[in-house]
Design a protein around this ligand. Sequence first.
Ligand code: HEM
Ligand code: HEM
Length: 187
Amino acid sequence: FAEGSAEAGQTKAALCAACHGMDGNSLVAMFPKLAGQHAEYLKKQLHDFKTGGQTNGAKGRFDPTMAGFVAALTAQDIEDLSAYFAAQKSSQIAATDGSAAGMELYNSGDAERGITACLACHGPTGKGMGAAGFPSLADQYPDYIKSQLTKFRDATRHNDLNGMMRDISKKLTDADIDALTKYIASL
Ligand code: HEM
Ligand code: HEM
């Protein structure tokens, strides 16, 4: 298949608009924003949702809603949709006061508890690193960030390569997740 075309993706995105917004800026916090997310990451998620039915498999990501929508997508659709959403501008989320504890954990981790700094992979401003598969967290809905940290912690989401997010989340308390979510929302 050919490399993703944002133009072709725009037409195909009508299928996703009800939840993620026509330009990937969803209006409801339970639906993640896709606008401005790295294409490599979006592609991986869409392929992972396709194999997510195997809930005990190492690679799948299971979501009952997304499973229905990815089923009909071809590899070319995934390329095009990922190129399209990655090229959209992410809207800003409402400003928050952040969290000092969250900032400390995000930037420095916690050596005593074996928690790697989030900054190492997601970057100082939460923009991630496309080529490495590290998603952007900046301007994502806090409720969604929180839900994913919780899902990695209880391993209901287990599509992270080498278990890197599961290993970290296992060590996070509810208070840590709250603090990190607040800090990420302030980036
Ligand atoms: C998650 C793409 C249609 C509901 C996601 C993610 C992607 C995506 C890439 C993961 C985002 C991330 O990891 O940051 C698409 C595309 C669609 C589509 C390309 C159209 C073909 C829909 C529709 C709905 C929906 C129509 C609602 C009926 C959700 C939900 C999640 C999600 C609830 C979060 C799942 C979780 O918590 O793990 N979608 N989506 N999506 N999408 Fe969609
Ligand atoms: C995914 C937060 C540390 C690598 C995610 C997601 C969140 C998150 C919320 C899901 C994004 C989405 O669904 O759109 C954090 C926090 C960290 C942290 C709060 C610190 C406590 C790290 C570190 C690494 C890393 C240190 C690298 C060693 C990744 C990767 C994914 C991811 C590769 C995508 C997994 C996949 O392919 O589905 N992270 N992260 N993260 N994170 Fe982290």
